[in-house]
Design a binder for this molecule. Structure first.
Ligand SMILES: [Zn+2]
Length: 551
C-alpha cells in the first residue's frame, strides 16, 4: 500500500513538473515570424513546377522546392474555379457557400442586378479618375487570415495586398487591411480606394512617378533564351493562339512599344506585368517597413500576368513558358530582397494559385483528344425560345454564367410561374445539349446520381442569394466559348483547373514533401496554426500537419 502511495506521489510530482515545464516552454517558444508573404500565381497549374524545371534558375521555384515544403496534391474543393473565388478561399479557409464570393461577378438572385465581386459604389477612387477604384471587400462575408492576424495582435500587424487586379489585391487583404493597391491601366499608376485611405502614401506616389509601366513596354517582348530552347511548348505560331491588337501572327518578338501605345491593358498580357507587381511589392515592404514592426506583418501578392498570358495563348505556348521562366527570375530576386530586408528565416513565404487552366480547344482537337466549346450564348438563346413556348413569356433566363442558370425572377413573379416546372423544363432542355455532362437541380442535389467529389464541389460553391438553382457541368475539356475562339479558360471541377501548387518556405517550415490530398481550404488553418491565431470565422479546412513539424 505504502509502495503504491509513493509511486502515486512520484508520478503526480513528475506530472506536475512536466506540465509546469510544458507551460514554460510554451511561454518561451511563443514566437512569430516577422513577416508572412502570400504569393498567389494566377492560373498556375501544379505541374508547371516540373514542366519548366529544366530552364528554371536555382533561386526561384527551385529554391521553394529545395528549402521549403511542397504539398504536391493540393486541390480546389468547389466550383466555379475562378479568380475572385480562389483568392477568397485561400485567405478565408472557407468556401463560396460560406464566404459568399461565388464568381468574379454574379447576379443577385432576388433583384436580378449584376454585381462585380469587389464593386462598392459607396467608396471613391484614390490615385486616378473614374470608377476603377470604387472597390472594397464588402461582399466578402467572412474574415480572412489577414483579418485574424490584425485582430490577434490588436491591429499592430500591418496587412497589405498588391496585384494588377483589384479583386486579387482586395480580397486576400481582408476587411481590416492597412492597404490594398491595384493597377490603373489608363495612367499606369497603382491606385486604391477611400475604403482604405484618402490619399496615396508618399512611397506610392514616388513609385508611380517613375513610370515603370512605360519603361517595361519600351522594348519588344522577346524570349529570355533562344527560342529553340523552348522545348516544352508548341511552335510559336499556332491557330488557337490569340493576338495583340495590330499583330499579324501570335509570334515573337511582340512589338510592345507599338501595342502599348494603342492599348495600355497589353502590359498585363506580358510577363512584365509580374515584374511590375513584384517591384511594387518590394516598394510596399520598404514603404511600410514590413517585417520591422511590433507584430507580424502580412503581405499578399498576386502575380496576375500568368493568367492573362495563359488566357490569350493557352498553356502550351512559348509565351506561357517564357512568362514562367521570367517569373522564376523575378521571384528569385524578390526572395533575395526579403533575405536582405527581413532576414532569411525571419519570414514565411507561401506560394499557391487561385486556379489552373484547360488546354486550348484547338490544341486538343489537333491531338485527337475530345474537347470543344460550350456555346453558352447560343444555348441561353435557344433555352429562352424553348421556355417561351411552354410558359408564354420571355426571357425567363437572364444568363448561363459561372456554370449556373440565372432565372428572371421578376418575370417569374409577374406571371405567377411555378418555379418547379420551370426548373424541370430547363433541365430537360439542357441535359440533351452537346458538351453538357450533367445538369443538377441544386435543391435536390442529395438524390442526384453524380459522383460524390463533384457533388461536394457543387454544394461548396453554392450560395443561394448569388447562385442560380440549376448547375451545369460540361464534358471534360469543354468550356464556355465560341467555335473557333482562341486562347483558353478555367472554371470547371476537372483536375487541370483545380490541381494547384502549394509551397511553404522560411520561418519554422521544415524541408519536405507530402503527397497527401489537401484542399485549398487547408492553407489558412495551417497559417493560423503557425501564427498561433484564430482561424477565420468561416473556415472549414484543417491544418496540414507535416508543414507544422518545424513548430
Ligand atoms: Zn483567368
Amino acid at each position: 500500500m505504502r509502495h503504491h502511495i509513493r509511486l502515486f506521489l512520484q508520478s503526480a510530482i513528475a506530472f506536475l513538473l512536466l506540465s509546469i515545464y510544458h507551460q514554460i516552454s510554451i511561454a518561451q517558444s511563443l514566437s512569430r515570424p516577422k513577416l508572412v508573404v502570400g504569393i498567389v500565381v494566377d492560373q498556375m497549374r501544379w505541374d508547371y513546377l516540373y514542366r519548366y524545371h529544366r530552364l528554371y534558375g536555382e533561386n526561384g521555384f527551385k529554391r521553394l522546392l529545395r528549402e521549403g515544403f511542397s504539398c504536391e496534391n493540393t486541390f480546389i474543393n468547389y466550383i466555379p474555379s475562378f479568380t475572385a473565388v480562389g483568392h477568397s478561399t485561400i485567405f478565408t479557409g472557407s468556401v463560396p457557400a460560406i464566404h459568399g464570393i461565388v464568381g468574379n461577378d454574379w447576379i443577385d438572385q432576388r433583384t436580378g442586378k449584376h454585381w462585380y465581386c469587389t464593386q462598392d459604389d459607396s467608396v471613391q477612387t484614390v490615385g486616378t479618375l473614374g470608377n476603377v477604384g470604387k472597390m472594397s471587400p464588402h461582399w466578402l462575408l467572412t474574415t480572412t487570415i489577414t483579418d485574424e492576424l490584425r485582430l490577434a495582435t490588436n491591429f499592430q500587424s500591418r496587412v497589405v495586398g498588391v496585384s494588377l487586379k483589384d479583386r486579387a489585391a482586395i480580397l486576400p487583404a481582408g476587411h481590416t487591411a492597412t492597404a490594398a493597391f491595384w493597377l490603373d491601366d489608363a495612367t499606369g499608376n497603382f491606385i486604391t480606394s477611400t475604403y482604405y485611405m484618402h490619399d496615396l502614401p508618399h512611397w506610392v506616389e514616388q513609385f508611380n512617378a517613375a513610370h515603370e509601366p512605360q519603361r517595361l513596354m519600351s522594348t519588344p517582348w522577346n524570349t529570355l533564351y533562344p527560342i529553340q530552347e523552348y522545348t516544352e511548348s508548341t511552335a510559336d505560331d499556332e491557330p488557337w493562339e490569340g493576338k495583340f491588337v495590330g499583330e499579324q501572327a501570335p509570334v515573337f518578338p511582340h512589338n510592345m512599344p507599338a501595342i502599348y501605345a494603342q492599348d495600355h491593358e497589353a502590359l498585363r498580357y506580358t510577363p512584365f506585368g509580374n515584374t511590375l507587381t513584384l517591384d511594387f511589392a518590394r516598394a510596399a515592404v520598404e514603404g511600410y517597413q514590413l517585417g520591422h514592426g511590433p507584430a507580424t506583418d502580412f503581405l499578399t501578392i498576386n502575380c496576375a500576368s500568368t493568367d492573362y498570358v495563359g488566357h490569350m495563348y493557352g498553356p502550351n505556348s512559348i509565351e506561357v513558358e517564357d512568362t514562367y521562366l521570367r517569373l522564376d527570375r523575378d521571384l528569385a530576386a524578390f526572395f533575395h530582397f526579403l533575405d536582405q530586408y527581413v532576414g532569411k528565416g525571419n519570414y514565411i513565404v507561401f506560394l499557391t494559385a487561385d486556379h489552373g487552366v484547360a488546354h486550348s480547344i484547338g490544341f486538343m482537337q489537333a491531338h485527337h483528344i475530345p474537347a470543344n466549346f460550350l456555346e453558352t450564348g447560343t444555348i441561353t438563346k435557344e433555352l429562352n425560345q424553348y421556355l417561351a413556348q411552354r410558359f408564354s413569356t420571355s426571357p425567363l433566363v437572364l444568363s448561363l454564367a459561372n456554370y449556373h442558370v440565372n432565372f428572371n425572377e421578376e418575370l417569374i413573379k409577374a406571371h405567377h410561374l411555378q418555379e418547379d416546372s420551370l426548373i424541370q423544363a430547363t433541365i430537360a432542355f439542357l441535359q440533351i445539349q452537346p458538351g453538357i455532362e450533367m445538369v443538377v437541380d441544386i435543391r435536390h442535389i442529395g438524390e442526384a446520381p453524380i459522383p460524390q467529389p463533384i457533388k461536394d464541389m457543387i454544394i461548396n460553391g453554392y450560395y443561394a442569394p448569388r447562385t442560380g438553382p440549376v448547375v451545369v457541368i460540361p464534358d471534360p475539356a469543354w468550356f464556355a466559348g465560341h467555335a473557333g475562339g482562341t486562347g483558353t479558360t478555367h472554371g470547371a471541377w476537372n483536375p487541370y483547373d483545380t490541381h494547384i501548387p502549394l509551397l511553404f518556405m522560411g520561418w519554422h517550415i521544415p524541408h519536405g514533401v507530402s503527397y497527401e490530398w489537401v484542399n485549398m481550404t487547408d492553407i489558412t488553418p495551417t497559417l493560423a496554426a503557425l501564427l498561433h491565431i484564430q482561424v477565420p470565422n468561416g473556415s472549414v479546412g484543417t491544418p496540414i500537419l507535416p508543414v507544422l513539424k518545424g513548430e
